[in-house]
Design a protein around this ligand. Sequence first.
Ligand code: SF4
Ligand code: ZN
Length: 745
Amino acid sequence: MSRYIATAAIRGAHKVVRQAEELYADALKTVGPDAKIQFKDKGGGGTAYWLPVIYGFTGQKVETIGDLKKSLEHAKGLLPPLPGEHVWLPYLGETLDAGMATLFAEEIIEGIRFAKGQQPETRNGFTFNGPINDVQMRGWGIQMVDGRMPGFAALLGAAKNNEVAVKIVRELQSKGQLVFLSSSSNGRSIVDQLLESGVQLGYDTFTVPFGTDTISTIYALGYASRATFSFGGVTPGDFRRVLLYNKFRCFAFALALGPMDDVKWATGAGAISYGFPAVCDTAVPNILPTGITQYEHVVSMPFDDIPGRDDMERAERLVQRCIEVRGIKIKIATIKIPVAYGPAFEGEVVRRADLQSEFGGKGGMCFEWLTTRPPEEVEDGKVTVVGPDIDKFEVGAKIPLGIVIEVSGRKMQKDFEPVLERQVHHFLNGAEGLQHQGQRDITWIRLSKNAYAKGFRLRHIGDILHGVYHNQFGAIVDKIQVTLYTEPKKVQELIEKARGIYKERNDRIAGLTDEAVDTYYSCSLCQSFAPTHICVINPERVGLCGAYSWLDCKASFEINPTGPNQPVKKGPCIDQTKGEWEGVNKFVYEHSQMKVDRFTVYSVMDSPMTTCGCCECVLALIPEANGFMVVSREDYSMTPSGMTFTTLMGTVGGGLQTPGMMGHGKYYITSKKFILTEGGIKRLVWLSKNLKEELGEELKAAAEAAGVPDLLDRIADGTSATTPDELVAFLQQKQHPALEMPPLL
Ligand code: SF4
Ligand code: ZN
């Protein structure tokens, strides 16, 4: 342990704790002990985990200024004596304690700032993000599990210059890293540097600006803490597991740009307790591995000394070194196109002012169609453009476009065509400057002037698809060729042909019932977070996160036979109405660490499926109403059960079986197999408003099929009932069918 760093960190910790004490004393006088503290991002999205670092370490739920007294005592208790006040010993322990004291104090400071309405920070007309909301965290969760997004990088300070700042962020984005931005050095912050360079910041581009002081770095650690509760099933207060989980499961690191100071060292010491190493682009002492991490804790890489032809190459190497230090495995293919490529560009928006060309959208025509051909008809890697290319059109023109992808492969099946075709959205969006929306014949693509200036042309769409299909679906497709049509007549002719195919596929999927197959599929992706949880996915019920259908799982099994999706033979049927099969029970028992021995597929009262934490909806019994409510993850408001989504989630999640409650995907509500045992959709008495709107058409169809065409109007939502009494009154007034159904209890 470097004495230099230890001394600086302990000094820094004292400084931050003192600041927290002073602010606390002041807040007691100005806003008073009852003032509420609630972390929220700039869009108003909140978290249900109070002050998450403090909550994770102590289990204390800080709700008001007064509650901070205890946390402050905690921070002070951890604080080692100031250097010089005792004989210095070369132990890491004291430095880490100082680090934890700093994190507590920083969270207290931000809590007070929230109570005073001073967060998220606003500066020069720009509002910072503040702490990440729970919905967003959840959205990133799946990508973290399946490896598309390996981890996060906390960038502190400011880079050598704006170009270097942009390069570092682009490098991290193209490696799929989430990027958190905080702190300053020499009065500059990397957020300023990126904004001045016109970089889009926000959730959509995986770059989250927290603030310009070092204190705001606490939001990164709060994010890491919350990940352990929601994905890792860690009980708040179990600080050992919070730290272990982060060390082994969360691939994060800090990159400190510019000179270090005491508070940065103190915060860094806190991050090291989490197992997150720090790389500094200045000359500092290195700290080598000990028991806490398997890699270096602090790595010094003075920027100008990094070998390289220019600053851009040095920035690239700096990022490369960070990735190596943390041992992150990158799963992204290198695609040879003139613009950058990676998942961070998926959320990028091409605005009208930046628009070079547009395909499809209102008044346009654009489609994509993937089809299987015999091997002799496919020439791998061939990309053909039929008709004029982008440069033959004016700036901002709407160009008709048909994307026809022909594949062949020994393991390719007709059923996989839609699964593969749906990936076009992901694959094309990965290109910098290209925005893709919709699918099939409602595809809408926008290309930016910048991408065009860098040399992007139509054939690159083919190059992307060829590269990424090989990379991700290499096990089922051997050869891929792509043809891009821009002649209006030809596009018109092909779009009609494609529509015929889409219709055939729809009919096939509609006919794909649970009875029609003898094999279901499992998904164990979430076991890395919830070790006893397993999803069983059948044609009429998607995985509870909504991301995997039966067909997706079938294709995934072909691609990776030892992967997370395994076939589950149904075997003899035990109960047709409840949806219970011997094969499913056996599989679930063997794959839940023998914690669950029965699984019904269509019942919520008797041995329902377990829930991991990613579910799109929670379904729960409302005894007074003789029915069930379904709450959406995007619904933050109070429900008639007396609990919000997050509280419900806390009750049902973590791989447990909770009769009367379960998590599920939103499309399960519209399935014919929706809680079949309990009477199906007619038992639905309350539904989050956003789902009513989003699933409108499908819900109507399901209600008609159930024989109650106006059912939707008789189902309550947050605007009509938030207590059991209000709910029952509403249902009586609307003569909801559940009131007449056999009692559930
Ligand atoms: Fe997790 Fe189930 Fe979704 Fe698989 S299907 S990712 S196990 S929630
Ligand atoms: Zn999950």
